[in-house]
Write a protein that binds this ligand. Structure first.
Ligand SMILES: Cc1cc2nc3c(=O)[nH]c(=O)nc-3n(C[C@H](O)[C@H](O)[C@H](O)COP(=O)(O)OP(=O)(O)OC[C@H]3O[C@@H](n4cnc5c(N)ncnc54)[C@H](O)[C@@H]3O)c2cc1C
Ligand SMILES: C[S@@+](CC[C@H](N)C(=O)[O-])C[C@H]1O[C@@H](n2cnc3c(N)ncnc32)[C@H](O)[C@@H]1O
Length: 588
């Protein structure tokens, strides 16, 4: 017997078990004139308020693939403040799985971690889901995508008035293209009036089954969907670290040809470490930075999961424990836990006892545990990302603009992406960018007795990886004032000493050092990555200044640039792509 999915927050059902599928098709497809409305539209965007189980999405996705013209693209944007778990979605929809031809399994496989933020997922070659885990009132104003069709499926207005706010209606008016339609199961008068006020012609039509009325409407405003930008055919990427190879990878997956220029070998810069950790950078408040790192963290895990079955990238989603050693850190981590909207499955505060149990080592502090964070080999990730990329073993010193092309070392390109870390300031187009280097050294030690059964990675200002191949990485120094690449004994002492402060019984004097590496992070003046279009310069993009979190931020940098080049929906809210845009330094 199928279970009726019910929302605890709103004491309301998601759909009726007997006829939920038929009702979803009637209310949201048929009454929105779908699939007929897909015809003649190379790009079609549906926006839904209330993702819930994803039933409406599965109906739209299936209908689009069965009826839309070949080559057409569907973007489905949906907001959800209280995401269900994968297991619940699978359970609630199992009964109808056969109706969706494998798409339910795919949705469950790709469904994001329940962490607040924007999660863009290409579910098939023609369908992209932008699943926004946030309050619709907070997130909708940050969307810039023209919308052809609205599915208004919040819980009943009487039970959940927030979802039917004037602010939401105003945003619908801002984003709708001429002729956009909406459909909703409700016939509530204030909803109908609210939508009329922002430019919809609203009608009452017969509801599904025994329901008397529902509402539909057509937008009368004049906004038209502009043609997307001309897709670049050939792009030059300058720099073969994780930023550059991520750009090459995501562009190639969209059918764009890439040449990557790297004179000293892939991953010869900061991205060449044997192992590194992927984690978000924490803040005490939700805002631009958390919005960026939450989305980036999810996106990065997705890429590692895609690469790792085919490449040995040293990927272990082994979790990380962020030790809380003082009040300031406790304040920040409490802020993170209470404002970032990460489900407790993905972030938990543990006292020392629980933390010891989970990590398997005699640590001296409790901390925040992120089970989905982990360890990876940046060096090998870079090789894997660039597997199908043409790598040109040349240094690039300048760019030349000729007609509408860029000339790079004598070759012609439609666009160029500068991913050469601090060397970006050698290019006259970006010589004003306030970036500099921060030297860092990591130390490799043989697994030490006190850490023999360490199962997770430890972060405490410094970091220690869980053991791999009988070794551990202990990192890293942070020296903006140093510029030499020699391995330093003092630095070994420094990072091992820090580890001894957090693990009982770890003795730096007996630790056996088996390797080290020095690298130079690139950091901007405000410590935020620099990503996106270069201001006032057509066809030129940049992804640099990934600081100490490049393993988490580089893939998102590439996705933002790919969306800008192709006109796809952005993977992050407007506040975030403005936050990372180089333009911020000119504005000041
Ligand atoms: C010691 C240390 C430990 C770290 N640990 C972590 C960690 O655990 N987790 C994490 O997320 N991050 C970590 N980081 C940060 C992370 O490594 C960086 O953020 C990331 O590697 C930056 O990648 P990138 O591609 O921007 O730069 P790079 O990897 O430095 O790549 C830039 C590339 O551009 C090339 N280049 C330069 N000039 C030119 C030119 N004129 N023409 C062509 N090519 C050019 C260079 O040769 C280089 O290969 C660490 C950094 C260091 C130094
Ligand atoms: C009726 S259910 C949606 C059913 C869904 N469309 C489906 O196919 O299963 C409404 C959803 O809206 C979500 N929701 C309620 N208030 C919200 C808000 N302010 N912002 C975003 N989502 C909200 C609820 O958590 C719930 O999942």
């Amino acid at each position: 017997m199928m279970e009726t999915p019910r929302s605890e927050q709103f004491d309301d059902i998601y759909f009726a078990v007997e006829n939920g599928l038929a009702e979803s098709r009637y209310v949201f497809l048929e009454q929105n004139y779908l699939p007929e409305g897909f015809q003649g539209k190379p790009r079609f965007t549906i926006c839904e308020t209330g993702f819930g189980t994803g039933l409406n999405f599965l109906c739209a996705w299936t209908s689009f693939e069965e009826h839309a013209e070949s080559g057409a693209q569907l973007t489905y944007i949906s907001f959800e403040k209280f995401p269900l778990s994968k297991a619940d979605i699978a359970k609630y929809l199992a009964h109808w799985a056969h109706e969706f031809g494998g798409r339910l399994d795919r949705l469950v496989e790709l469904y994001p971690l329940r962490i607040g933020g924007w999660h863009k997922i290409r579910v098939s070659p023609s369908v992209t889901l932008l699943l926004i885990f946030d309050d619709v009132n907070r997130a909708l104003p940050q969307l810039d995508e023209p919308v052809d069709c609205w599915f208004l499926d919040g819980h009943a207005p009487a039970k959940n008035p927030d979802m039917w706010s004037e602010a939401v209606f105003a945003e619908m008016g801002r984003l709708s293209v001429e002729g956009a339609r909406f459909a909703t199961f409700t016939a509530a008068g204030f909803v109908r009036r609210g939508l009329e006020a922002v430019g919809f012609e609203v009608s009452k039509v017969r509801g599904y089954g025994h329901k008397r009325d529902m509402s539909v409407g057509v937008f009368k405003g004049a906004r038209i969907r502009e043609d997307g930008p001309m897709l670049p055919e050939k792009v030059a990427v300058i720099g073969g670290g994780i930023a550059g190879t991520s750009v090459a990878y995501v562009l190639q997956r969209r059918g764009i040809s890439v040449d990557l220029f790297e004179p000293t070998g892939l991953a010869s810069g900061a991205s060449g470490n044997e192992r590194g950790l992927f984690n978000p950078r924490f803040t005490a408040q939700r805002g631009n930075e958390s919005d960026f790192y939450s989305s980036a963290f999810q996106q990065t895990i997705r890429i590692f999961e895609t690469l790792s079955p085919h490449h040995d990238i040293g990927y272990e989603r082994s979790g990380s424990l962020h030790l809380v050693q003082d009040d300031a850190k406790m304040k920040r981590m409490n802020g993170f836990l209470s404002t970032w909207d990460w489900h407790e499955d993905h972030a938990q505060l543990l006292d020392q006892g629980m933390a010891r149990e989970i990590c398997g080592a005699p640590i001296k502090f409790g901390g925040v545990y992120l089970p989905d964070a982990g360890l990876v080999s940046p060096y090998r990730v870079v090789q894997a990302l660039a597997e199908d990329t043409v790598v040109i073993d040349e240094k690039v010193l300048s760019l030349e603009r000729k007609n509408s092309s860029w000339i790079v070392n004598g070759r012609s390109y439609d666009a160029v992406v500068l991913c050469c870390a601090v060397h970006v300031i050698g290019f006259e187009e970006l010589n004003w960018l306030p970036v500099s280097t921060v030297r860092g050294q990591i130390t490799l030690i043989e697994t030490e007795t006190s850490c023999q059964s360490l199962k997770v990675n430890l972060c405490y200002g410094g970091y220690a990886s869980k053991p791999f191949d009988g070794r551990m990485v202990v990192g890293s120094t942070f020296q903006p004032w140093l510029h030499d690449a020699e391995v330093r004994e003092d630095d070994h002492a420094d990072v091992l000493d820090k580890l001894s402060h957090v693990v009982d019984g770890f003795d730096p004097a007996t630790a056996k050092i088996v390797g080290a590496r020095v690298g130079f992070r690139c950091a901007s003046k405000d410590r935020v990555a620099v990503i996106g279009r270069v201001p006032q310069t057509e066809g030129l993009y940049v992804s640099v200044a990934h600081g100490s979190h490049g393993l988490t931020s580089a893939v998102m940098g590439a996705e933002i640039i790919a969306a800008q080049m192709t006109g796809e929906v952005q993977p992050v809210p407007r506040n975030v792509y403005r936050y990372v845009d180089a333009h911020r330094f000119l504005d000041r």
